[in-house]
Design a binder for this molecule. Structure first.
Ligand code: ADP
Ligand code: MG
Length: 398
Protein backbone atom coordinates (compact mmCIF):
# COMPACT_ATOMS: atom_id res chain seq x y z
CA UNK A 1 0.00 0.00 0.00
CA UNK A 2 2.88 2.36 0.82
CA UNK A 3 6.18 2.31 -1.05
CA UNK A 4 9.72 3.67 -0.73
CA UNK A 5 9.91 7.27 -1.89
CA UNK A 6 6.44 8.17 -0.54
CA UNK A 7 6.53 11.70 0.89
CA UNK A 8 4.33 12.63 3.81
CA UNK A 9 3.44 15.83 5.68
CA UNK A 10 4.12 18.11 2.72
CA UNK A 11 7.44 16.50 2.03
CA UNK A 12 8.79 16.54 5.56
CA UNK A 13 9.14 12.73 5.69
CA UNK A 14 10.30 10.43 2.89
CA UNK A 15 9.97 6.65 3.26
CA UNK A 16 13.24 4.84 2.53
CA UNK A 17 12.71 1.14 3.23
CA UNK A 18 10.49 -1.21 5.21
CA UNK A 19 12.29 -2.34 8.34
CA UNK A 20 9.74 -4.25 10.35
CA UNK A 21 6.23 -5.60 10.66
CA UNK A 22 4.17 -6.55 13.66
CA UNK A 23 0.57 -7.45 14.37
CA UNK A 24 -0.68 -3.90 13.94
CA UNK A 25 1.50 -2.11 11.46
CA UNK A 26 4.43 -1.74 9.11
CA UNK A 27 7.53 0.16 10.25
CA UNK A 28 9.58 2.20 7.76
CA UNK A 29 12.97 3.79 7.90
CA UNK A 30 12.36 7.36 6.82
CA UNK A 31 14.14 10.65 6.32
CA UNK A 32 12.93 13.56 8.43
CA UNK A 33 14.01 16.40 6.18
CA UNK A 34 13.16 19.17 8.63
CA UNK A 35 15.04 17.62 11.56
CA UNK A 36 17.79 16.38 9.18
CA UNK A 37 17.76 12.93 10.68
CA UNK A 38 16.46 9.42 10.08
CA UNK A 39 13.41 8.21 11.96
CA UNK A 40 11.21 5.14 12.06
CA UNK A 41 7.65 5.72 10.83
CA UNK A 42 5.05 3.18 11.93
CA UNK A 43 1.97 2.96 9.74
CA UNK A 44 -1.27 1.71 11.30
CA UNK A 45 -3.96 1.25 8.61
CA UNK A 46 -7.01 3.43 9.30
CA UNK A 47 -9.27 0.68 7.98
CA UNK A 48 -8.07 -1.58 10.79
CA UNK A 49 -8.65 0.95 13.56
CA UNK A 50 -5.23 2.58 13.19
CA UNK A 51 -6.39 5.96 14.50
CA UNK A 52 -7.52 4.49 17.82
CA UNK A 53 -4.44 2.26 18.03
CA UNK A 54 -2.09 5.18 17.48
CA UNK A 55 -3.94 7.33 20.03
CA UNK A 56 -3.66 4.58 22.63
CA UNK A 57 0.03 4.02 21.93
CA UNK A 58 0.79 7.73 22.20
CA UNK A 59 -1.23 8.11 25.39
CA UNK A 60 0.47 5.16 27.10
CA UNK A 61 3.87 6.43 26.01
CA UNK A 62 3.15 9.93 27.29
CA UNK A 63 2.34 8.50 30.70
CA UNK A 64 5.57 6.54 30.88
CA UNK A 65 8.14 9.22 31.44
CA UNK A 66 11.24 7.08 31.14
CA UNK A 67 14.08 7.19 28.60
CA UNK A 68 13.95 3.39 28.39
CA UNK A 69 10.64 3.67 26.53
CA UNK A 70 11.17 4.41 22.83
CA UNK A 71 10.56 8.10 22.05
CA UNK A 72 7.52 9.06 19.96
CA UNK A 73 8.13 12.41 18.23
CA UNK A 74 4.68 12.91 16.77
CA UNK A 75 1.74 11.37 14.95
CA UNK A 76 -0.53 12.23 12.03
CA UNK A 77 -2.99 10.67 9.60
CA UNK A 78 -2.30 10.48 5.89
CA UNK A 79 -2.42 8.06 2.96
CA UNK A 80 -4.87 5.73 4.65
CA UNK A 81 -2.84 5.26 7.82
CA UNK A 82 -2.17 6.73 11.22
CA UNK A 83 1.60 7.33 11.43
CA UNK A 84 3.79 7.36 14.50
CA UNK A 85 7.15 9.14 14.25
CA UNK A 86 9.69 7.18 16.32
CA UNK A 87 13.37 7.17 17.15
CA UNK A 88 15.14 4.83 14.74
CA UNK A 89 16.65 1.70 16.30
CA UNK A 90 19.45 -0.42 14.87
CA UNK A 91 17.76 -3.77 15.43
CA UNK A 92 15.34 -5.61 17.68
CA UNK A 93 16.41 -8.02 20.40
CA UNK A 94 14.75 -10.73 18.34
CA UNK A 95 16.94 -9.91 15.34
CA UNK A 96 20.02 -9.92 17.56
CA UNK A 97 19.38 -13.46 18.78
CA UNK A 98 17.74 -14.99 15.69
CA UNK A 99 19.63 -14.99 12.40
CA UNK A 100 16.48 -14.78 10.32
CA UNK A 101 17.01 -18.30 8.92
CA UNK A 102 14.99 -21.42 9.75
CA UNK A 103 16.46 -24.81 10.60
CA UNK A 104 15.38 -28.08 9.00
CA UNK A 105 12.53 -28.37 11.52
CA UNK A 106 11.25 -24.91 10.54
CA UNK A 107 12.41 -23.32 13.79
CA UNK A 108 14.27 -19.98 13.81
CA UNK A 109 18.04 -20.37 13.97
CA UNK A 110 19.09 -18.60 17.15
CA UNK A 111 22.12 -18.22 19.35
CA UNK A 112 21.75 -17.50 23.07
CA UNK A 113 23.22 -14.30 24.44
CA UNK A 114 26.08 -14.43 26.94
CA UNK A 115 24.86 -14.21 30.53
CA UNK A 116 26.27 -10.73 31.36
CA UNK A 117 24.68 -9.26 28.24
CA UNK A 118 21.31 -10.93 28.92
CA UNK A 119 21.32 -9.72 32.54
CA UNK A 120 22.18 -6.20 31.34
CA UNK A 121 19.29 -6.12 28.83
CA UNK A 122 16.79 -7.54 31.36
CA UNK A 123 17.95 -5.01 33.97
CA UNK A 124 17.35 -2.11 31.59
CA UNK A 125 13.83 -3.42 30.96
CA UNK A 126 13.14 -3.63 34.70
CA UNK A 127 13.88 0.09 34.99
CA UNK A 128 11.38 1.08 32.32
CA UNK A 129 8.73 -1.38 33.52
CA UNK A 130 9.03 -0.08 37.10
CA UNK A 131 8.39 3.40 35.77
CA UNK A 132 5.46 2.27 33.59
CA UNK A 133 3.84 0.39 36.44
CA UNK A 134 4.20 3.38 38.76
CA UNK A 135 2.42 5.44 36.09
CA UNK A 136 -0.40 2.90 35.97
CA UNK A 137 0.56 1.43 32.60
CA UNK A 138 0.86 -2.31 31.95
CA UNK A 139 2.62 -3.00 28.64
CA UNK A 140 1.00 -6.43 28.04
CA UNK A 141 3.28 -7.36 25.14
CA UNK A 142 6.84 -7.55 26.47
CA UNK A 143 8.73 -9.81 24.05
CA UNK A 144 11.94 -9.74 21.99
CA UNK A 145 10.30 -8.18 18.90
CA UNK A 146 9.21 -5.21 21.02
CA UNK A 147 12.64 -4.58 22.52
CA UNK A 148 14.99 -2.46 20.44
CA UNK A 149 18.70 -1.66 20.48
CA UNK A 150 19.63 1.91 19.59
CA UNK A 151 22.69 3.17 17.78
CA UNK A 152 24.33 3.97 21.11
CA UNK A 153 23.63 0.41 22.27
CA UNK A 154 20.83 1.52 24.60
CA UNK A 155 17.90 -0.79 25.24
CA UNK A 156 14.39 0.55 24.47
CA UNK A 157 10.96 -0.92 25.11
CA UNK A 158 8.49 -0.12 22.31
CA UNK A 159 5.02 -0.99 21.04
CA UNK A 160 2.70 0.23 23.75
CA UNK A 161 -0.07 -0.50 21.23
CA UNK A 162 -2.02 -2.83 23.50
CA UNK A 163 -0.94 -1.30 26.80
CA UNK A 164 -3.60 -1.16 29.44
CA UNK A 165 -4.03 1.84 31.65
CA UNK A 166 -5.47 1.52 35.08
CA UNK A 167 -8.62 3.50 35.73
CA UNK A 168 -9.23 3.79 32.01
CA UNK A 169 -12.58 2.36 31.03
CA UNK A 170 -11.57 1.92 27.39
CA UNK A 171 -8.86 -0.56 28.14
CA UNK A 172 -9.93 -1.92 31.49
CA UNK A 173 -13.27 -3.41 30.56
CA UNK A 174 -12.35 -4.17 27.00
CA UNK A 175 -13.98 -7.14 25.32
CA UNK A 176 -13.01 -10.64 26.24
CA UNK A 177 -10.48 -10.71 23.39
CA UNK A 178 -7.16 -12.15 24.51
CA UNK A 179 -4.40 -9.70 23.57
CA UNK A 180 -0.70 -10.49 23.77
CA UNK A 181 1.69 -13.03 22.28
CA UNK A 182 2.18 -16.65 23.23
CA UNK A 183 4.43 -17.88 24.83
CA UNK A 184 5.25 -14.63 26.59
CA UNK A 185 1.77 -14.42 28.08
CA UNK A 186 1.31 -15.02 31.78
CA UNK A 187 -1.33 -17.59 32.74
CA UNK A 188 -3.76 -14.93 34.00
CA UNK A 189 -3.43 -13.05 30.68
CA UNK A 190 -4.25 -16.20 28.73
CA UNK A 191 -7.37 -16.78 30.80
CA UNK A 192 -8.84 -13.30 31.08
CA UNK A 193 -7.53 -10.03 29.63
CA UNK A 194 -9.13 -8.15 32.51
CA UNK A 195 -6.87 -9.98 34.97
CA UNK A 196 -3.81 -8.26 33.53
CA UNK A 197 -1.70 -6.36 36.06
CA UNK A 198 1.93 -5.25 36.49
CA UNK A 199 2.95 -8.79 37.46
CA UNK A 200 1.83 -9.88 33.98
CA UNK A 201 4.73 -7.90 32.48
CA UNK A 202 7.11 -9.47 35.00
CA UNK A 203 6.19 -12.93 33.75
CA UNK A 204 6.80 -11.85 30.14
CA UNK A 205 10.15 -10.35 31.10
CA UNK A 206 11.17 -13.58 32.82
CA UNK A 207 10.32 -15.54 29.65
CA UNK A 208 12.28 -12.97 27.64
CA UNK A 209 15.34 -13.44 29.86
CA UNK A 210 15.05 -17.22 29.59
CA UNK A 211 14.72 -16.84 25.81
CA UNK A 212 17.89 -14.72 25.65
CA UNK A 213 19.79 -17.45 27.50
CA UNK A 214 18.31 -20.44 25.65
CA UNK A 215 17.79 -19.05 22.15
CA UNK A 216 14.17 -20.25 22.30
CA UNK A 217 11.33 -19.78 24.75
CA UNK A 218 11.05 -22.44 27.43
CA UNK A 219 8.02 -24.37 28.55
CA UNK A 220 5.78 -22.32 30.86
CA UNK A 221 8.12 -21.16 33.59
CA UNK A 222 5.87 -22.45 36.38
CA UNK A 223 5.95 -26.09 35.30
CA UNK A 224 8.70 -28.39 36.67
CA UNK A 225 9.83 -29.24 33.12
CA UNK A 226 10.97 -25.64 32.67
CA UNK A 227 13.34 -25.86 35.63
CA UNK A 228 14.91 -28.99 34.17
CA UNK A 229 15.18 -27.32 30.78
CA UNK A 230 16.95 -24.27 32.24
CA UNK A 231 19.29 -26.37 34.36
CA UNK A 232 19.93 -28.69 31.44
CA UNK A 233 21.11 -25.71 29.39
CA UNK A 234 23.69 -24.97 32.10
CA UNK A 235 22.11 -21.72 33.29
CA UNK A 236 23.55 -20.95 36.75
CA UNK A 237 21.25 -22.09 39.56
CA UNK A 238 20.66 -18.60 41.08
CA UNK A 239 19.45 -17.40 37.66
CA UNK A 240 17.16 -20.43 37.35
CA UNK A 241 15.70 -19.65 40.77
CA UNK A 242 15.10 -16.02 39.82
CA UNK A 243 13.39 -17.04 36.57
CA UNK A 244 11.16 -19.52 38.35
CA UNK A 245 10.15 -16.94 40.94
CA UNK A 246 9.45 -14.20 38.37
CA UNK A 247 7.60 -16.78 36.27
CA UNK A 248 5.36 -18.03 39.11
CA UNK A 249 1.88 -19.15 38.18
CA UNK A 250 0.34 -16.86 40.82
CA UNK A 251 0.92 -13.16 40.01
CA UNK A 252 1.29 -12.29 43.71
CA UNK A 253 4.29 -14.58 44.01
CA UNK A 254 6.28 -12.69 41.37
CA UNK A 255 8.49 -9.85 42.56
CA UNK A 256 7.81 -6.34 41.24
CA UNK A 257 9.96 -4.71 38.56
CA UNK A 258 12.15 -2.83 41.04
CA UNK A 259 12.94 -6.01 43.01
CA UNK A 260 13.52 -7.93 39.81
CA UNK A 261 16.03 -5.29 38.73
CA UNK A 262 17.79 -5.39 42.10
CA UNK A 263 17.99 -9.17 41.97
CA UNK A 264 19.52 -9.01 38.48
CA UNK A 265 22.17 -6.54 39.61
CA UNK A 266 22.99 -8.66 42.66
CA UNK A 267 23.27 -11.75 40.46
CA UNK A 268 25.53 -10.03 37.96
CA UNK A 269 27.85 -9.04 40.81
CA UNK A 270 27.71 -12.43 42.50
CA UNK A 271 28.24 -14.48 39.36
CA UNK A 272 31.03 -12.25 38.15
CA UNK A 273 33.13 -13.09 41.19
CA UNK A 274 36.11 -15.24 40.25
CA UNK A 275 34.95 -18.05 42.52
CA UNK A 276 31.41 -17.97 41.17
CA UNK A 277 32.20 -21.31 39.57
CA UNK A 278 28.62 -21.77 38.47
CA UNK A 279 29.11 -19.01 35.94
CA UNK A 280 32.49 -20.08 34.66
CA UNK A 281 31.12 -21.73 31.57
CA UNK A 282 29.38 -18.49 30.64
CA UNK A 283 32.54 -16.45 30.94
CA UNK A 284 34.44 -18.72 28.58
CA UNK A 285 35.71 -17.01 25.45
CA UNK A 286 33.45 -18.87 23.06
CA UNK A 287 30.21 -16.99 23.59
CA UNK A 288 31.97 -13.65 23.49
CA UNK A 289 33.56 -14.19 20.12
CA UNK A 290 30.27 -15.68 18.93
CA UNK A 291 28.50 -12.46 19.90
CA UNK A 292 30.95 -10.36 17.95
CA UNK A 293 30.71 -12.70 14.97
CA UNK A 294 26.93 -12.55 15.14
CA UNK A 295 26.86 -8.76 15.17
CA UNK A 296 29.26 -8.69 12.26
CA UNK A 297 27.04 -11.11 10.33
CA UNK A 298 23.97 -8.96 11.02
CA UNK A 299 25.91 -5.91 9.90
CA UNK A 300 26.90 -7.60 6.64
CA UNK A 301 23.30 -8.59 6.03
CA UNK A 302 22.05 -5.07 6.71
CA UNK A 303 24.81 -3.53 4.59
CA UNK A 304 23.26 -5.31 1.60
CA UNK A 305 20.43 -2.79 1.80
CA UNK A 306 21.34 -0.15 -0.81
CA UNK A 307 19.17 2.46 0.89
CA UNK A 308 21.16 2.45 4.07
CA UNK A 309 23.07 5.59 4.88
CA UNK A 310 26.65 5.60 6.14
CA UNK A 311 25.53 6.73 9.58
CA UNK A 312 23.85 3.38 10.16
CA UNK A 313 27.21 1.60 10.12
CA UNK A 314 28.36 3.75 13.01
CA UNK A 315 25.29 2.53 14.87
CA UNK A 316 26.32 -1.08 14.45
CA UNK A 317 29.75 -0.46 15.88
CA UNK A 318 28.24 1.22 18.92
CA UNK A 319 25.88 -1.67 19.54
CA UNK A 320 28.86 -4.05 19.56
CA UNK A 321 30.84 -1.78 21.82
CA UNK A 322 28.03 -1.16 24.29
CA UNK A 323 26.96 -4.78 24.57
CA UNK A 324 30.53 -5.80 25.15
CA UNK A 325 30.85 -3.07 27.77
CA UNK A 326 28.42 -5.05 29.92
CA UNK A 327 30.81 -7.95 29.51
CA UNK A 328 33.91 -5.91 30.17
CA UNK A 329 32.71 -4.71 33.55
CA UNK A 330 31.93 -8.34 34.38
CA UNK A 331 35.44 -9.32 33.42
CA UNK A 332 36.88 -6.45 35.36
CA UNK A 333 35.40 -7.96 38.51
CA UNK A 334 36.39 -11.48 37.56
CA UNK A 335 39.94 -10.55 36.70
CA UNK A 336 41.16 -10.79 33.16
CA UNK A 337 41.77 -14.52 33.06
CA UNK A 338 39.60 -15.01 30.01
CA UNK A 339 41.18 -12.26 27.92
CA UNK A 340 44.24 -14.03 26.69
CA UNK A 341 42.33 -17.13 25.68
CA UNK A 342 40.16 -15.38 23.11
CA UNK A 343 40.15 -17.24 19.81
CA UNK A 344 41.05 -15.32 16.65
CA UNK A 345 37.50 -14.82 15.39
CA UNK A 346 37.69 -11.11 14.72
CA UNK A 347 41.41 -10.65 15.34
CA UNK A 348 41.66 -6.92 15.08
CA UNK A 349 38.60 -6.44 17.24
CA UNK A 350 39.45 -8.85 19.99
CA UNK A 351 43.20 -9.07 20.37
CA UNK A 352 44.10 -7.25 23.52
CA UNK A 353 47.49 -5.77 24.25
CA UNK A 354 49.88 -7.84 26.37
CA UNK A 355 49.39 -7.31 30.12
CA UNK A 356 52.13 -4.73 30.62
CA UNK A 357 50.60 -2.48 27.96
CA UNK A 358 47.07 -2.71 29.26
CA UNK A 359 45.55 0.65 29.88
CA UNK A 360 47.37 2.22 26.97
CA UNK A 361 44.53 1.35 24.62
CA UNK A 362 41.06 0.60 25.85
CA UNK A 363 39.18 -2.42 24.58
CA UNK A 364 36.53 0.00 23.33
CA UNK A 365 38.96 1.68 20.99
CA UNK A 366 40.21 -1.67 19.77
CA UNK A 367 36.66 -2.77 19.07
CA UNK A 368 35.90 0.43 17.19
CA UNK A 369 39.08 0.02 15.20
CA UNK A 370 38.23 -3.61 14.52
CA UNK A 371 34.73 -2.67 13.41
CA UNK A 372 36.18 -0.14 11.00
CA UNK A 373 38.57 -2.72 9.61
CA UNK A 374 35.73 -5.22 9.18
CA UNK A 375 33.58 -2.66 7.41
CA UNK A 376 36.55 -1.67 5.27
CA UNK A 377 37.00 -5.27 4.13
CA UNK A 378 33.47 -5.26 2.88
CA UNK A 379 33.64 -2.01 1.07
CA UNK A 380 36.82 -2.66 -0.85
CA UNK A 381 40.33 -1.44 -1.04
CA UNK A 382 39.53 2.26 -0.94
CA UNK A 383 37.64 1.83 2.28
CA UNK A 384 40.50 -0.18 3.79
CA UNK A 385 42.76 2.83 3.39
CA UNK A 386 40.14 4.96 5.13
CA UNK A 387 39.78 2.34 7.86
CA UNK A 388 43.50 2.24 8.44
CA UNK A 389 43.44 5.99 8.90
CA UNK A 390 40.60 5.62 11.40
CA UNK A 391 42.52 2.93 13.28
CA UNK A 392 45.51 5.21 13.41
CA UNK A 393 43.32 7.99 14.80
CA UNK A 394 41.74 5.62 17.33
CA UNK A 395 45.12 4.44 18.51
CA UNK A 396 46.83 7.79 18.53
CA UNK A 397 44.00 9.43 20.48
CA UNK A 398 44.29 6.87 23.30
N1 ADP B 1 11.78 2.53 16.01
C1 ADP B 1 12.11 1.43 15.36
N2 ADP B 1 13.33 1.31 14.77
C2 ADP B 1 13.64 0.19 14.09
N3 ADP B 1 12.83 -0.88 13.96
C3 ADP B 1 11.63 -0.83 14.53
C4 ADP B 1 11.20 0.33 15.25
N4 ADP B 1 9.96 0.11 15.70
C5 ADP B 1 9.62 -1.12 15.30
N5 ADP B 1 10.61 -1.70 14.59
C6 ADP B 1 10.59 -3.05 13.99
O1 ADP B 1 9.27 -3.28 13.52
C7 ADP B 1 8.65 -4.36 14.22
C8 ADP B 1 7.18 -4.04 14.49
O2 ADP B 1 7.08 -2.85 15.25
P1 ADP B 1 6.03 -2.74 16.45
O3 ADP B 1 6.03 -1.36 16.99
O4 ADP B 1 6.27 -3.84 17.43
O5 ADP B 1 4.66 -2.98 15.65
P2 ADP B 1 3.39 -3.85 16.01
O6 ADP B 1 2.56 -2.99 16.91
O7 ADP B 1 2.73 -4.06 14.68
O8 ADP B 1 3.84 -5.13 16.65
C9 ADP B 1 9.49 -4.52 15.50
O9 ADP B 1 9.46 -5.85 15.93
C10 ADP B 1 10.87 -4.11 15.04
O10 ADP B 1 11.52 -5.19 14.40
MG1 MG C 1 5.24 -5.41 18.18
Amino acid sequence: MHAPGLCLRDGRYRLLAEIGRGGSGVVWRALDIEARTERALKALPLAAGGAEGAALEVEARVRVQHPGALAIHGHFEEAGAAWLVLDLAVLSLQALVESGDLDSAGQPVAEPLPLPVALHVAGALCDVLASAHRAGVVHRDVKPANILLMSGGEVRLTDFGIARMWADSRTQTSSGAILGSLPWMAPEQRRDPRAVRPATDIYALAVTLAWMLLGYSPAELYVPAAVEELRGAGIPEPVVQLLVRAGSWAPDERMDATRFGEALTALADELALPDGSDADAWAAPGPRSALVARLEARQRRASGDPERSDSSDAGWRDVVVTLLDAWSSWEAIRGEATDLALPPVAPAALTRPPPQERGAISSRELLVAGGLLGAGGLLGAGAIVASAAAVWIALSSS
